[in-house]
Design a protein around this ligand. Sequence first.
Ligand SMILES: [Ca+2]
Length: 192
Amino acid sequence: MFGQMLRWLCGVVIVICIAASIGVSFARSRCLSSIKVTAIDPSIEPRDHKIPFFKQKEALPDYQIVIRNRNRWISSKLETKVDQSAVDGLNWQLAHPISFKDISLIQLRDKDKIISDPIAEVSVLGDSIEEAGYRFDFSFERSLSVGFTSFFDTQVGMAIMTGFCSVIVILISSVVRRGRLDRMQLNVNTDI
Ligand SMILES: [Ca+2]
């Protein structure tokens, strides 16, 4: 009777774990796939130098995008757009989409050999946002695999995964124990 109740309880916990994992993972499956940055006011763009008629192309900014992760002490650096103006918009395509839930901050920099100067910092709160004279347009796509990875990277996700594995172990142990008891009962009956 106790074993039957335990198996029933384990089944309920497994269903709840799976349903919760799928639900939360779907919510985290909205992924950032590309970023377009446009300089609204060309006069605010940084220049490597302000010498007239001298290496005007090279004087254009070297824009770089840094994506900070909410859960880890790591940042993703996208490619540097060397000597390019953002007046007509610059587009960065992410090689690996990131769940927008994992992004704490996106920073636009003017890359330098020693220290890169931050120009603007924004959060991904919508499809488009303006900051420090620049407009950031974000594109998104759905990826359930990224959503799952993102969810199981959180403390809640890890707790659910641990609970799920524990319940599976308990369930298997219970089934094995029940099988042994049945065989012992069968042997006793045969001996009688
Ligand atoms: Ca430059």
